[in-house]
Structure formats: C-alpha cells, structure tokens
Design a protein around this ligand. Structure first.
Ligand code: NAD
Ligand code: TYD
Length: 338
C-alpha cells in the first residue's frame, strides 16, 4: 500500500478492539502482511481482544486512552497512517450517560490530532465519523455538502470530532480524511446494536424490543465493504475531504427484525413493541457518489450479508454469551428497556 508514492510501513488503529476496528485489522493483516499494525485501545465495555484472536506477527496492542496525550505520543513512533475508530458509539448509552461521549468523541479526537501535529511524519489521518452527523432525512439523501444537524448526544459529539478533524486540515495542513459510513453490520459487533442484539436474543427465545412502530429506517452496510472503502481512502482519498459510505440497502427496523426471525425460524411473536427512543432519528440515507468516483461500491447484498452474520452469531455463541452475561451489560438493559 502506498501514500504519496511511499510505502506504508506502519498503521496505528485506534479502537481496534471494537467491531469495525477489529475487522479492519484482520483484513489489513491478511491482505498486507508486510504492514505493521498497532492497535491502540482503551478496552471499554465495547473493546474485546477476543475479536483479534489468531492475529499474530506484525501486530501489537497497547492499552491506552486517546485522551492520554503522553501515551498517544509514544504510540505514534514510526507510524505512517492513523485510522481513528476509537469512540463511544451507542446512541442509547449517550442518552443515559453522555459525558464519556463528549470526552472521547470530541476531546479524545483533539488529543489525537494534536499528537499527530506534533509528530509531523504521519501521512494520513483517517477519522471515522458517521452518517448520523447529518441528522434525520425524511426523503432524498445527504451529500457531503449537506449541513450537519446531529440530534443525539452521540451524533453531536461525532459531529464535533468530525469538524475538529477538518479544522486541523484547514488550519495546520494535517493530511486528514473523514469517512461517514452508514449503519454497519457483520461479525464481532457488540450485542447492543440492533442486529446482534436481536439475533442473540432470538437465539435464546427472548423478546425483541422494537422501538415505537418499527418504521424507522437505516441503510445497512456490511463491515467488509466499509473496510474496503477505508483502504481506498488511505490510498486515493483527498486530504481535507469527507466521504459518505452508503449501501442503498434501506430497511425499516421491522423489516430487519422479520428477516432475522425468518433466517432463524423463530416466531414473530418474539417482537415486543416498546416505547420509542428519545429523539429517535427517523431515517438516514447517503449519496455516496464521491466514493463511487474513487472506485468503491458495496459488494455485499443485505440478504446475503445478514444471513452470514446470523450464522456467525449462531456459530460463535462462546464469543457473545460471555458479553451478555456481564453485570454491566445486564444493568444497561435494565436501564434502557425497563
Ligand atoms: P465499537 O463500540 O464496537 O468500538 C469502539 C472501540 O473504541 C472499542 O474497542 C473501545 O474500547 C474503543 N474506545 C472507546 N473509547 C476509547 C478511548 N477513549 N480511547 C481508546 N479507545 C477507546 O464501535 P464500532 O461500531 O466499531 O465503531 C467504530 C467507529 O465507527 C466509531 O468511531 C463509530 O462512531 C463509527 N461508526 C460506526 C458505525 C456502526 O454502525 N457501527 C457506523 C458509522 C460510524
Ligand atoms: P442501533 O443499532 O442502536 O443504531 P443507530 O441508532 O446508531 O442507527 O439502532 C438501529 C435502529 O434500531 C434504530 O432505529 C433504533 C432501533 N432499535 C430498536 O428498535 N430496538 C433496539 O433495542 C435497538 C438497540 C435499536
């Protein structure tokens, strides 16, 4: 892999023990075995080193917080590319406890950017933002030029980090690129987000708490497609630019729930209507022509990706059972759903 005609030797992945970060590390490790990978992760409740089991050789792990300037500075030694996945990511948790979202998703991004600025040799800083920074859209799609109008403490913090990253490009000429992916799904996703949450509950014949009337829509992008898009951005993206990564695979939450139940052969009576999420964004939809122009397009059809994902959870009960039995997980469910 090359940037500016030079070989990339070392990538620092922050948040590499989470869902998308660990899929990114696995993919790069397989496809570019010559690249050294450093996973810098705080290991919050969402970080899990089991996501990286079997990844050895040319891979190292540092437990650290992106808010810790000295530790980040040390970790940056010899790094050519930084990909920042580290974040607090769950909308529902941001409604109950927004503090950590502001600290990690805004202040942590600032600490990283400052460290990269001082370091002076990083060739690309790819910041993972989200489609949620635009807010909800009833019809049509958001382009990268659309105004940001986030509506949850999660998306508002992500919008802060997104624009802070841009400001370091504009003000200090840092080679920053911003990715705004749609809802991701696939293996190793923590079982609090819609798909893994419902799959792991349906497997245990537990009720599936569908918010409101279930008509809210999300666009579903398989994590493998996201990873391919991010690699393309490292190589061909233009610093200072934001890029939408959409899938054109819009489904209502009720449709997704039905598809999961059909794959598992479970009854629709498991669906339980619960009170709507506060400030619930109705729909996200992206125009991703800019990524298409770079040569990217999603390859995983939702029906196939969902079936494979459900199979993965069925076959990896040992991975998710431990997580859903943790006290903190059970108390999150109680706080959120009771
Ligand atoms: P995740 O919650 O699965 O993983 C987040 C990782 O970051 C965890 O390993 C956690 O330990 C680590 N982390 C949290 N705070 C940290 C800190 N202060 N310092 C260091 N590490 C810290 O998240 P994910 O779903 O893999 O999302 C990755 C990124 O992609 C996030 O920035 C998220 O906002 C963005 N994103 C996610 C989706 C999605 O559908 N999952 C969609 C669009 C954008
Ligand atoms: P989620 O996976 O939390 O992602 P996001 O809110 O960041 O898009 O939720 C996806 C959709 O599923 C969202 O519209 C909320 C809905 N949802 C439920 O109906 N019930 C649930 O228990 C969860 C976790 C989500």
């Amino acid at each position: 892999m090359q940037v500016n005609g030079q070989e990339v030797r070392k990538i620092m992945v922050t948040g590499g023990a989470g869902f998308i970060g660990s899929n990114f590390i696995r993919h790069v490790h397989e496809r570019f075995p010559e690249i050294e990978l450093l996973n810098y992760d705080k290991l919050t409740y969402a970080g899990n080193l089991e996501n990286l089991e079997g990844v050895t050789g040319g891979y190292s792990f540092v437990q650290g917080d992106i808010q810790d300037a000295a530790r980040v500075e040390d970790a940056l030694a010899g790094v050519d590319v930084v990909v920042n996945f580290a974040a607090e990511t769950h909308v529902d948790r941001s409604i109950h406890d927004p503090g950590d979202f502001i600290l990690t998703d805004v202040y942590g991004v600032f600490v990283l950017l400052e460290a990269v600025k001082r370091n002076g040799r990083v060739k690309r800083f790819v910041h993972i933002s989200t489609d949620e920074v635009y807010g909800s859209i009833a019809r049509g799609r958001f382009s990268e030029e659309s105004p940001l109008n986030p509506s949850s403490p999660y998306s508002a913090s992500k919008a802060g980090g997104d624009r802070l990253a841009y400001s370091y490009f504009k003000t200090f000429a840092l080679p920053v690129l911003i990715a705004r992916p749609a809802n991701n799904y696939g293996p190793y996703q923590f079982p609090e987000k819609l798909i893994p949450f419902f799959v792991t509950r349906a497997l245990r014949d537990q009720p599936l708490p569908l918010y409101g009337d279930g008509s809210h829509c999300r666009d579903w992008l398989h994590v493998d497609d996201t990873v391919r898009g991010l690699l393309l951005l490292i190589e061909r993206g233009e610093p200072g630019q934001a890029y939408n990564l959409g899938a054109d695979q819009e489904r209502s939450n009720r449709e997704v729930t039905r598809e999961i139940l059909a794959i598992l052969g479970k009854p629709e009576s498991l669906v339980q209507a619960v009170a709507d999420r506060k400030g619930h964004d109705f729909r996200y939809a992206l125009d991703w022509a800019k990524m298409r122009a770079l040569g990217w397009q999603p390859q995983v059809a939702f029906a196939d990706g969902l079936r494979r994902t459900v199979e993965w959870y069925r076959e990896h009960e040992g991975w998710w059972k431990k997580l859903v039995e943790k006290k903190a997980y059970v108390s999150h469910l109680r706080k959120n759903y009771e």
